[in-house]
Design a protein around this ligand. Sequence first.
Ligand SMILES: [Zn+2]
Ligand SMILES: [Zn+2]
Length: 141
Amino acid sequence: MAELKNCRRCNKVFSFIAGLQICPACMQEDERIFDEVSMYIRDNPGVPLSQVSKELKISYDKLIKYVKEGRLQIRAENGGYYKFCEKCGAMITTGKFCKKCEYHITAVLDVSKKNLQDKIEEGEKRKRDYRFLAHDLDSKK
Ligand SMILES: [Zn+2]
Ligand SMILES: [Zn+2]
């Protein structure tokens, strides 16, 4: 028997199909909205997302979701397309992460590199210390 799950959007119970978070009805609604959006964009090429959101009364987040899914693309000034930071979801035009996350990731990497180095150095030091025994041969006499 299929697993039952609550739809993330309308909370209705539906038989769960792998990978789906929303029920078939919501999915259909989603498709309908997407059709509406793509038609609007076709009639108004290069229209900003905020205008689509206002004109069609569709939440900005929903539109962003379409962009994230790669169904809509926002042209960037540099001729490419906007993408989203893989970590925080901020809009970016190049690379995989936004400046903030990139900075954070590099910082974390640096710290772990430093920690590793410290550990190696500590190990080396311990090894070195190990070789030096206290000179107590006289007392054994
Ligand atoms: Zn639903
Ligand atoms: Zn980010």
